[in-house]
Design a binder for this molecule. Structure first.
Ligand code: CTP
Ligand SMILES: C[C@](O)(CO)[C@H](O)COP(=O)(O)O
Length: 238
């Protein structure tokens, strides 16, 4: 049997309603480039590892060609099949990836949010190394640095939870394409990440330590933080 291949799927079909701003957040500029270009470049830096890199956009998207002028290059795919939820965009994207790139059920896919534009090639490599011989697959995730509370309806603290066993789920999340598609078809739009779909069929994804810098740009204040991190990675000007 052929060795399993690795594919990348970047859901990029959200509207960014919590971020405010004009247009979807993944096209807003950070450190001189649209956000999704930073995201794509982290995977392009490892292009030799991947059999294909796909970006899922809305069928109504009018911004992607300006944001990624040289996309799709060889081995890259633009999938205009985004849905009403992230789960639908990933599900539709995986189906389209099978058609467009001949991805098979035993191949792996790394699903990564366009809005997590600070992911690094080193973090992606760490996830692959941890998961490629695992029976289930896994995700980058981060331990909690803060004390965790539950709230009552009146806005007061109900309980303080033990945080030692809690993790924040990040992306990429890496699973076999067939297993993930089956799980997502069962869960429909109820899940907010791939790991939840896999968990719902009784499997336990591997938690692979990520980085606090791999945060999802979600709220207006996240843009300045993302910009600062990206600028700091460029180093001092000559
Ligand atoms: N229908 C959707 C919704 C989200 N996404 C993508 O999934 C990632 C994570 O979603 P999130 O940060 O929640 O983005 P939005 O849905 O755009 O944000 P909001 O919930 O604030 O509207 C983003 O890269 C987003 O573009 C997608 O492909 N299709
Ligand atoms: C996939 C994800 O980024 C993991 O934390 C997150 O669940 C996306 O959630 P959202 O509801 O699309 O913000």
């Amino acid at each position: 049997m052929n060795a399993s291949r690795l594919f990348v799927l970047i859901p990029c079909a959200g509207s960014g309603s919590r971020a405010g701003g004009v247009g979807p957040k993944q096209y807003q500029r950070l450190a001189g480039r649209p956000m999704v270009r930073h995201t794509l470049e982290a995977f392009r830096a490892l292009a030799g590892r991947f059999a294909g890199i796909a970006v899922v956009v809305s069928p109504h998207d009018r911004d992607i060609s300006a944001a990624l002028p040289l996309f799709p290059a060889a081995g890259e795919h633009l999938l205009q099949v985004g849905g009403a939820t992230r789960a639908a965009s990933v599900r539709n994207g995986l189906q389209a990836l099978k058609q467009a790139a001949g991805a098979g059920p035993h191949d792996w896919v790394l699903v990564h949010d366009a809005a997590r534009c600070l992911v690094t090639p080193t973090q992606i490599e760490a996830l692959i190394a941890a998961c490629e011989h695992d029976a289930v697959g896994g995700l980058l995730a981060q331990r909690l640095a803060d004390t965790l509370k539950t709230a009552s309806p009146d806005g007061r603290v109900a309980h303080t939870l033990t945080r030692a066993d809690k993790w924040l789920a990040q992306t990429p999340q890496m699973f076999r394409i067939g297993m993930l598609l089956d799980a997502l078809e069962r869960t429909g739009d109820t899940v907010t990440d791939e790991a939840s779909a896999i968990e719902s069929v009784g499997l336990a994804p591997l938690l692979v330590p990520g980085s606090a810098q791999n945060f999802k740009v979600t709220y207006p204040e996240d843009f300045a933080l993302a910009e600062a991190v990206l600028q700091s990675r460029r180093g001092p000007s000559p």
